[in-house]
Design a protein around this ligand. Structure first.
Ligand code: 5RP
Length: 221
């Protein structure tokens, strides 16, 4: 039986086929993406530069000799590779376990194709067992917690975590998200919210799912 780490390594390796030689690549954040960056470096594919979604990934890319570009200096981004905390049958996701959700969502918005790399444990029928991360301007923390509680979940401040953008994270526990597009927009409309970890308006296009039977390549339905 393959371990979760082995499944992550397998999808990281499988994602290499989506990398376009000679073109700038969008790179997400997390332990699966760390393995993808390592695989990318080992494969020696001609990637002129990457746009990174976090300081963590930028450092790892630099350690592998891959330079990073400011997104503002890039007009198009053919491919973005990133992980997920949960992904549903419609390819909506919960992301932000690593607190990088805002930059991830910005890079994903620019990318033409979002390739999600995930081990089988991330595939769920309904999103919400994983607490939904929300990035919040620090002075709005208590207000946003009160507003999020009105949506039915249990919001909890992720104490001690400061995002790359200098903000705080609130994780909403106990949600059962049957309409992710509507909930994403509703939470983003709360004043003080920078963005939330639902990637539904812009979900994944391709899912590379690491299973005991091998990596499954699935397209958005
Ligand atoms: C970080 C993310 C990650 O993609 C998500 O947390 C998955 O991480 P991992 O690959 O470590 O399981 O959204 O903000």
């Amino acid at each position: 039986m393959a371990t979760q780490e082995e499944l992550k390594r397998a999808v990281a390796q499988a994602a290499l086929k989506f990398v376009r030689p000679g073109q700038v690549l969008g790179v997400g954040t997390g332990s699966t993406v760390d393995l993808f960056i390592d695989a990318l470096a080992a494969a020696k594919i001609d990637v002129p530069a990457a746009v990174s979604s976090s300081e963590r990934s930028s450092q790892r890319l630099a350690g592998c000799g891959i330079r990073t570009l400011d997104l503002n200096d890039v007009d198009t981004l053919p491919v973005y590779v990133d992980g997920a905390d949960e992904i549903d049958p419609g390819f909506s996701m919960i992301k932000g376990g690593g607190a990088a959700l805002t930059r991830e969502k910005i890079v994903a918005a620019v990318a033409t194709t979002f390739v999600c790399i995930a081990d089988a444990s991330k595939r769920v029928d309904v999103l919400g067992r994983f607490p939904l991360p929300v990035e919040v301007i620090p002075m709005a923390r208590a207000y946003v917690i009160r507003e999020l509680a009105r949506l039915g979940g249990q919001p909890k401040w992720r104490v001690g975590v400061v995002t790359d953008n200098g903000n705080v994270i609130i994780d909403v526990h106990g949600l059962r998200i049957t309409d992710p597009v509507t909930l994403e927009a509703r939470i983003n409309a709360i004043v003080g919210v920078v963005t939330n970890g639902l990637f539904a308006a812009r979900g994944a296009d391709v899912l590379l799912l690491g299973t005991a039977e091998g990596v499954k390549e699935l397209r958005r339905p």
